[in-house]
Structure formats: structure tokens, C-alpha cells
Design a binder for this molecule. Sequence first.
Ligand code: PHE
Length: 387
Amino acid sequence: MKPFAVALLAAASLLLGSGCKDDSNKKSNANEIVVGEYASMTGATATFGQSSHKGAVMAMEEINKEGLLGGKKIRLVTEDNRSDANEAVTAVQKLISRDRVVAVLGEVASKRSLAGGGVCQKAKIPMISPASTNPTVTAVGDYVFRICFTDDFQGMVDAQFAIKELPDIGKKPWKKAAVFTDVANDYSKGLSKAFRETYPKNGGQIVAEETYRESDNDFKAQLSKIKSADPDAVFVSGYYTDVGKILRQARELQLNVPFFGGDGWDSPQTLQLGPIADNCFYTDHYSADDPRPEVREFIKRFQARWGETPDAMAILGYDAMGVLADAIKRAGKAEPQAIRDALATTKDYPGASGTITMDANRNARKPIVVVRIHGGKGSRADAIAPQ
Ligand code: PHE
């Protein structure tokens, strides 16, 4: 080999560095638009990240059939944050400085969106959370968007549903409720707060308030206190990972009233809890028995692609990528600032999860469904229009 060629090769290998073996480190080329995603692919709430990721990938594949901006393809670079907020910060930093992404999708959990959102805001890279509902997430700054409703609305709907009478499904008004909050989780704290603010206004009375932390395993002390307050129902504002443990221990203590919660309950694992979860309810972004043709069509395509029925994170992950691609098209260029400005004017985007319009605070107003668990299945018990 000529010395010149050797030098060239050496320089090239220096440039590429050691971390360049995997595909994600490929330098971007003119024919692609590099989009980052940070998600909990592993760890405690892995179904959140796995589902939103499947939705985003499927949307990307559909968009790439035609391409964007005259045939460019989206390349998605996914970083696993292992269900951890500190890891979320590192993941987003990598996506921005190493992969030079023009926009970021993520996260599902509000705590991790708050962490990653700070990084995006500082770097002026637009971020779209598919499913984080805590009100403070988009308050991080003008580069942070979401395509779902917020917990002010969700907590209010939970409080209104609690006192509703639904004779068809044998539901009586729950006039006395206990509130059980995960104080290590921003989402849970915010949702309980919104519930607390509206339930009494609707004639409900909170007879017990207990707390736990997400990694706890023993809830018996709190559940015993809740039981002695004799509530008609128990509001658990945390994630599915704890709901299962809590329900099991509640039933062991003969605390047999209905439990209910928010979108954090959504996971195939919740439906698999069996009879202990019968006639429990949760509010959500979507239910698989939605009769709207666009939802039926989406479910069919998702099943064909992934061999499973999508949950809320999957449909929202799909729409997050769709909204981003729509903004890139309208911006006419794949540059962070232009994409941000286009995202801010998203109006009547026809998402699979519903129509998406960004309000002045970068939030979307969407309808909520109340899912009833029975016989190992979730079905729509109620639907509430946006505020
Ligand atoms: N809304 C939850 C949060 O903000 C995340 C979530 C969304 C969980 C949808 C399940 C389904 O933390």
C-alpha cells in the first residue's frame, strides 16, 4: 500500500472512532433525516418504551415509502434509558451531540420527559412526547411538545367518573374515595393533585390519603389504613408495575372495593391480572374496542406488522412520528428551528389516536376514554370529549 493510502486509512479510522461499529453512529447523508428517540426499552416500565417504539417505527416505515422533502428517508436512532430519568438525560445528550438528530421523540413517563426535555430545550432541538401527561412537561420550554392530553383534564375526568352512576355496568356513585399516590413519580403526584382538586367539587369525599414509592413491594400497612377508612373505591395514580402488586395485597386484606386510576395503568400486564382486577377502571388515550374506522384500520396494520394489539403508547408513538413528519413537510426543510416553528402550528392533524392541534402551550386536547377491566379484557365504559 502507498504511504499516502495508509495515512488516509489511518485518518479515516481515527475519524470513525471506536464507537462507530453500530448502525446508529453512521454519519447522516443528504438523503436521510435523522430523528432521535429515547425510550424505556428495558427496566421497570419496559412496556411503555417498547410500545411507543413499535408505533414510531411503523409510522416511519409508512412515511419512508414515499419519503419526505423530495424522497428523503427518516432514520430513527433509538436510545434505551432503562426506565431511568438520569439515563434519559445521557440518552438525549448522545442523540444530539453524537447523532446530530434534528428532532427527538420521547418519553412516555413524565419524569423522564422532564429530564430529557431540559436537554432538548437547551440545545434547541424540538422534542415531542407521545404520552407524558404531567402539566409541567411542556412548561420546560418552547421546544417541548406533546400530542396527548394533560393530567389536569385526566384527574378531573377520573373525579367525575368516580361519582357517576352507570347502571348498564352496575356502577354506583363512589362517594368516598381513598387516594394512593407514588411520591417518587411526578406523574402520580400531579394526577392525584388534579383528582383531589375536583372530586370534592363533585360531591365526593376523600376519606384516606396514603403514599408509596415506585420500587416498594409491601403495601399492606397503607392498604390496612385505607380499609379502615371504608372507601367506596381506591384511586391509584401510579404505574401498572405497582398496580398489580397493590391489587393483589388489597384483595388478600379483603379490601374488595373497585380500584381505579389513570393512563399509567395501561399495559398488557394489567389486563392479565385476572379476577382481582375485575370491575376496576382506568382513564386512557385509547381503547382497542374503539369503533372508529381510522382506529380499526390502525389496529389491523399494527397487528400485521408486530403480531400484537397496540396499547395507548403504541398508537401515540405512531402519531408522534406522524406529527413530526407533517411538521417537516410543512417546514420545507429538516432543520430544528424550522421544525419547531411548524410543530407549533400543527392544526387538525388526523392522528390515529384522534385529531391533534397544538395549543399555545404546546399541548394537545384530546378525548379520554374510561376503560373497564373485566374477564381479562379492557373495554370502553365511557368517553369524554376534550375540555
Ligand atoms: N401519562 C404517563 C406519564 O405521564 C405515561 C403513560 C402514558 C403511561 C400512556 C401509560 C399510557 O407518566
